[in-house]
Design a protein around this ligand. Structure first.
Ligand code: ADP
Ligand code: MG
Length: 432
């Protein structure tokens, strides 16, 4: 993050009062007073002594489930919240104190958000960088536009991994017909991924031959892409770190992830999960990636473990992550608590996982048997000890839509596995 993105420092507890209450549209509240921050030699805002305290109003750009869980964490600590999202029924907008219904690039809406909030965060990586820049001119914004722009582009993201010395999949950038021709044969079979706007396996086509590759690129509209070699995966895992403006970093345990059809299905987090040496490498790599960006906020880095036990970085998300939802129920601080602390300049204390955990993603498919959508058998699932249901308030289930997740905790790994398998059976999910 460049210094100018945090040119205004956090609200100082000592010099400026917190906002007196919720800052509603037209509530007439003045904007919070911001004191200039001390800056360190390398231009980062120093957090010592300055923090945005409970009672202040925080903003979120984006109204999805990640924003909802951030809002819930912020509210439980006594902050007020404003969500900017064009959808009147957005999951975060429904629970926030205030909701600005507007496009992310609407200059007036952004000005209102900046006016009402002491600091602003984002909850999806495709948030337009110009929106973050406009906000950052007036308020602390974390993560910053420059970092989000890197994470939004697979080619730039991979270049950052390479620059950090963290191995990623062999790949080639395909932006022109000449680059398509020049792709090394060793990258086939591979996966052609759009450089921008892909998520949950969307914007990706598996290709085995040059003919398939050319057809896939045309099928993706000839947009800039990255061709990645198809790797022999043994397992997938992810690491979530929180990094403060002063460079302090804490991390959660390594999460083991099972994807189905390109979408996260199951996350398991316990000591029998991923070999210790791989965990250590993944944590070191994640910290290098976050540090290299001088990142402020919560970041998730996804990894592949190959058949020969080598670790390869896949991608990073500049926000809390689906694979970290278990932290709400299985850790003393959740990923959203740490997002809040990083944003407000409050201490980043290392989180402690107190129970083995398994998270099952609940996609809209669960509502569809035959005919009209029917809710899954919640009472049966909730009869399982250690099961906690999180639904995101989305009105309409649709296949592949993330409707919620189920967290399962238990005293032992054997117990959490047994309960999670029973939950999956009751829900009609595939065994894992
Ligand atoms: P998304 O942004 O949609 O999450 P990813 O790049 O993480 O896209 O790909 C989705 C999933 O596809 C991965 O979690 C993994 O299961 C599989 N996948 C992606 N790239 C590769 C690869 N190079 N080799 C093997 N499997 C891959
Ligand atoms: Mg992914």
């Amino acid at each position: 993050m460049s210094a100018h993105e945090r040119s205004e420092g956090p609200l100082r507890a000592s010099s400026a009062p917190s906002e007196p209450g919720p800052a509603g549209s037209g509530s007439g509240l003045s904007s919070p007073t911001l004191a200039p921050s001390a800056t360190t030699d390398d231009g980062e805002a120093a957090s010592a002594g300055g923090a945005i305290l409970p009672g202040a109003t925080l903003g979120v750009l984006g109204g999805g489930q990640l924003g909802r869980m951030f809002v819930q964490a912020a509210q439980s600590m006594g902050y007020f919240t404003v969500v900017l999202d064009p959808d009147a029924a957005s999951p975060a907008g429904l629970v926030s104190h205030h909701h600005i219904h507007a496009d992310y690039l609407d200059p007036q809406a952004l000005a209102q958000l900046a006016q009402q909030c002491a600091a602003i965060t984002t909850e999806f990586e495709n948030v337009p960088a110009p929106a973050l820049r406009q906000l950052a001119a007036r308020r602390p914004v974390a993560p910053g536009a420059a970092v989000v722009a890197i994470a939004q582009d697979r080619a730039r993201e991979k270049a950052h991994f390479v620059a950090c010395g963290v191995p990623c999949a062999p790949h080639a950038v395909v932006e022109t017909a000449a680059q398509l021709e020049a792709v090394p044969g060793a990258l086939l079979p591979g996966i052609l991924k759009t450089a921008r706007l892909g998520y949950d396996g969307k914007g990706q086509i598996r290709v085995a031959t040059r003919v398939e590759l050319a057809a896939a690129w045309a099928g993706l509209g000839g947009v800039p892409c990255v061709l990645e070699k198809m790797l022999p995966l043994k397992m997938e895992c992810s690491v979530i770190v929180a990094r403060g403006a002063d460079g302090a970093m804490v991390h959660f345990p390594v999460q083991r992830n099972l994807h189905r059809d390109g979408i996260l299905a199951v996350t398991e987090v316990h000591e029998e999960n991923v070999p210790q040496a791989l965990c250590e490498s993944a944590i070191i790599a994640t910290k290098k990636i976050a540090d290299g960006l001088r990142y402020v906020g919560v970041m998730c880095v996804e990894f592949f473990v190959l058949q020969d036990d080598t670790l390869v970085v896949n991608e990073m998300a500049p926000r809390p992550h689906n694979s970290g939802h278990y932290t709400i129920d299985a850790c003393d601080l959740s990923q959203f608590d740490l997002q809040l602390r990083a944003l407000t300049g409050l201490p980043l204390v290392a989180p402690r996982q107190h129970s083995p955990a398994i998270m099952l993603n609940l996609l809209g498919d669960l509502w569809f048997g035959s005919g009209e959508p029917v809710p899954p058998p919640w009472p049966d699932v909730l009869a399982l000890p250690g099961a906690r249901l999180h639904l995101y308030g989305k009105e309409r289930p649709r296949p592949a839509r993330k409707m919620g997740h189920l967290s399962i905790t238990a005293a032992t790994v054997a117990q959490v596995r047994a309960t999670a398998r029973e939950a999956a059976r009751l829900l009609g999910l595939d065994a894992f």
